[in-house]
Design a protein around this ligand. Structure first.
Ligand code: ZN
Ligand code: ZN
Length: 253
């Protein structure tokens, strides 16, 4: 599996980091997790054929995780002159957590058929294990907003977990047990900046240590996280390998 970070940031405009998006490529399947604004362009910058994306899973419905969904679907329908052809040939399997069908319907209320490529299979995911060709996806609910899910992808004995946005969460720790790579949010650098629905640096360290994840990729970084060197400080709290997410960074799992 290969993880490419498409957006390591948040809603805050920040040249270094775009809003959330991650590509996971494995033999026979291209997966995108979240579609924050700029994700479609970042796919092109990473050299990933967006018309070849098979699966798009949204962690939740906040704008910094869904802002490019309309742009992605529009570009999927009208791909004139793209380096990968003029139209999408493969089906796109699009899923979000509780409430996603209503969200997509509302988006269609604005954009109509412009964002309705004929090859779209959309719907709602709840907690559970889903078997796809070549990989398994496990979804668990996380404490952030009603639609929030964390995901685990298992393929050929390797595992990747994506926290989405979340508070400190026992189900996430359980989901990430022994993960080869844990992509984990760290929105807030200092305990004094604690906000409901997000983890502080200390929460992230505990999540890494209690899950036994082998590598942790620290992401969803507000500018304050860089000013406070959260990645350097998390490294001091764990024996796991800790990597600071950067847009377009690729990691082999
Ligand atoms: Zn959120
Ligand atoms: Zn977010």
């Amino acid at each position: 599996m290969r993880l490419t970070i498409l957006g390591s940031g948040t809603c805050v405009p920040y040249a270094r980091r775009g809003p959330s998006g991650y590509a996971v490529e494995l033999p026979g399947a291209k997966i995108v997790l979240d579609c924050g604004s700029g994700t479609t362009k970042r796919l092109a910058e990473a050299g990933i054929n967006y018309l070849g994306v098979d699966y798009l899973f949204l962690s939740h419905l906040h704008p910094d995780h869904t802002g490019d969904l309309a742009a992605f679907l529009f570009a999927t329908k009208y791909a004139y002159g793209s380096p990968w052809g003029d139209r999408r040939e493969k089906p796109l399997y699009l899923r979000g957590g509780p409430g996603f069908p209503g969200f997509l319907e509302a988006l269609r209320g604005v954009y109509g058929d412009w964002i309705s490529p004929g090859t779209l299979d959309s719907g709602e995911l709840t907690e559970g294990v889903y078997e796809f060709e070549g990989f398994a996806l496990t979804a668990v609910k996380t404490p952030h907003i009603d639609s929030s899910l964390a995901y685990r992808i298992d393929h050929a004995g390797k595992s990747l977990v994506y926290s989405g946005d979340t508070e400190y969460s026992e189900p996430l720790i359980e989901l990430a047990q022994g993960a080869d790579v844990l992509v984990v949010e760290c929105a807030l650098p200092l305990d004094s900046m604690k906000r409901k629905g997000h983890m502080t640096l200390g929460d992230v360290v505990d999540t890494i240590n209690r899950s036994g994840a082998k590598r942790a990729v620290i992401t969803h970084l507000y500018p304050a996280c860089d000013r406070e060197d959260v990645v350097g400080r998390i490294k001091k709290g764990t024996d796991a390998e800790v990597i600071g997410a950067e847009d377009l960074l690729a990691i082999d799992v």
